[in-house]
Write a protein that binds this ligand. Structure first.
Ligand code: NDP
Ligand code: 2IT
Length: 446
């Protein structure tokens, strides 16, 4: 049996109850076959694949907090420190009722390769909680964040592990967590990214994932002789990534006609009104029905009535959550002439849907490459914190743009090197993996 198959079997046996983690590992290891085959003896002897699929440590803890009725609530907190071969653990904190260890492990595993692709010195980690921020008061959010950080603070630090935002964790939550860390440690340090601009945050971090997604998509289109001008774009999600992806796509001359949240989706043939979407989602924290109520051209559909992927488009950008673009969606996209799919979310496309898109001529760039702009800008925030300076929006944005264009060419080149031209999924996994493996081999058995 090949080394990849042996390790895949082992990982499946050891993590049988974690489908998302197994999905992420299966995708990565399958696409690494040519690299692993070329170095089989060395990698096998050093147990590279066994080590890269087993987190350095997995921290699970109780998060007790008091709600507005005086009732004690208990959530579960997670931090998975996956691999720090090329830098301190780095990755977001997800607050969503669906969070469990398998989901945090899949995200932490993907983060290793994504962070490597940024070309910046950051290792892979992820954390979060099954806490549901929806409908909670600001005081309840603060109570949860303080309790969460009271425990998490024992395991993180500016040179150790630097968490950030993800689903359900934005500037408000990062603020409360930063305050509690500072209080416990008595140290003002760059221990979190996505901080507010008055206390060490970086300009352009809020926009970075969505903007970065479009910088990469634009380069992909350009290299295929196309531009973003006049393109019809479908976006899913209505959170941080979706909002700034929509904004940048529109700045590039494309028309974004959809957005979605967990209860429904919008088709707005006139083009999404970003100012209205921001008002509904960032200020009011309301449902998309409010967007539809305020905009004549918008159609509202319940989530049960299909998805945004049935709307014809040139480019599809899934920006909500894992496994939200399924095989039937992929078939609709292909039938409607979609040219490119670039993932703003982490693992939004299932493996069969990915293969269908790739086999039917759609240019497909996975999240590890396409959404790396967020964590890359987090690393730029860390640099600014270390030198105790802050850069202008234009400086950070220009660096982000350079990083995303570079990522596109790196993954394109890596795919070509292994005879898989146009397979950007394999290209990203290979390019991300090579750097981490070199560092692991150099650092010995740890
Ligand atoms: P937000 O919390 O800001 O927004 C998430 C959006 O996705 C919301 O519209 C939410 O709807 C929807 N959503 C979340 N979970 C589900 C679900 N189970 N089913 C349907 N819809 C869902 O998160 P972000 O925009 O930050 O993150 C979106 C994706 O991008 C995630 O996969 C995240 O891991 C990834 N990502 C984020 C980065 C960042 O910098 N923030 C960086 C790189 C990747 P609702 O409000 O109804 O829950
Ligand atoms: O998935 C991701 O890359 C993020 N949620 C951002 C992580 C970060 O550290 O900025």
């Amino acid at each position: 049996m090949s080394y990849v198959d042996e390790v895949l079997e082992l990982v499946k046996k050891k993590n049988a109850s974690e489908p998302e983690f197994l999905q992420a590992v299966t995708e990565v290891l399958n696409s690494l076959r040519p690299v692993v085959e070329a170095n089989e003896e060395l990698y096998r002897k050093n147990a590279i694949l066994e080590r890269i699929t087993e987190p350095d440590r997995q921290i699970l803890f109780r998060v007790p907090w008091v709600d507005d009725n005086g009732q004690v609530q208990v959530n579960r907190g997670f931090r998975v420190q996956f691999n720090n071969a090329i830098g301190p653990y780095k990755g977001g904190l997800r607050l969503h009722p669906s969070v469990n260890l398998g989901i945090i492990k899949f995200l932490g595993f993907e983060q290793i390769f994504k962070n490597s692709l940024t070309s910046l010195p950051i290792g892979g980690g992820k954390g979060g909680s099954d806490f549901d921020p929806k409908g909670k008061s600001d005081r309840e959010i603060m109570a949860f964040c303080q309790s969460f950080m009271t425990e998490l603070s024992k395991y993180i630090g500016a040179d150790v592990d630097v968490p950030a935002g993800d689903i359900g964790t934005g500037a408000r939550e990062i603020g409360f967590m930063f305050g509690q860390y500072k209080r416990i440690k008595g140290s003002f340090e760059g221990v979190l990214t996505g901080k507010g601009l008055t206390y060490g945050g970086s300009l352009a971090r809020t926009e970075a994932t969505g903007y970065g997604l479009l910088y990469l998509t634009q380069e992909l289109m350009k290299c295929h002789g196309e531009s973003m001008e006049q393109k019809i774009v479908t976006v899913s999600g209505a959170g941080n990534v979706a909002i700034y992806a929509t904004q940048k796509a529109q700045q590039m001359g494309a028309k974004v006609v959809t957005c979605s949240d967990s209860t429904g989706w919008i088709y707005d043939p006139e083009g999404i009104d970003v100012a209205l979407l921001k008002e509904v989602k960032e200020v009011k924290r309301a449902r998309l029905t409010e967007y539809a109520a305020a905009r004549k051209s918008a159609e509202y559909h319940e989530a049960k009535d299909g998805s945004v992927w049935q709307i014809p488009c040139d480019i599809a950008l899934p920006c909500a959550t894992q496994n939200e673009l399924l095989i039937d969606d992929a078939k609709k996209l292909v039938a409607n002439g979609c040219k490119a799919v670039c993932e703003g979310a982490n693992m939004p496309t299932t493996i069969d849907a990915t293969e269908y898109l790739q086999n039917n001529g759609v240019w497909f760039v996975g999240g590890k490459a396409a959404n790396a702009g967020g964590v890359a800008t987090s690393a730029l925030e860390m640099s600014q914190n270390s030198e105790r300076l802050s850069w202008t929006f234009e400086e950070v944005d220009a660096k982000l743009q350079g990083i995303m264009v570079n990522i596109y060419h790196n993954i394109d080149d890596a795919a070509k090197r292994y005879g898989m031209e146009g397979n950007y999924v394999a290209g990203a996994n290979i390019a991300g993996f090579e750097k981490v493996v070199n560092a692991m081999l150099a650092q010995g058995v740890v």
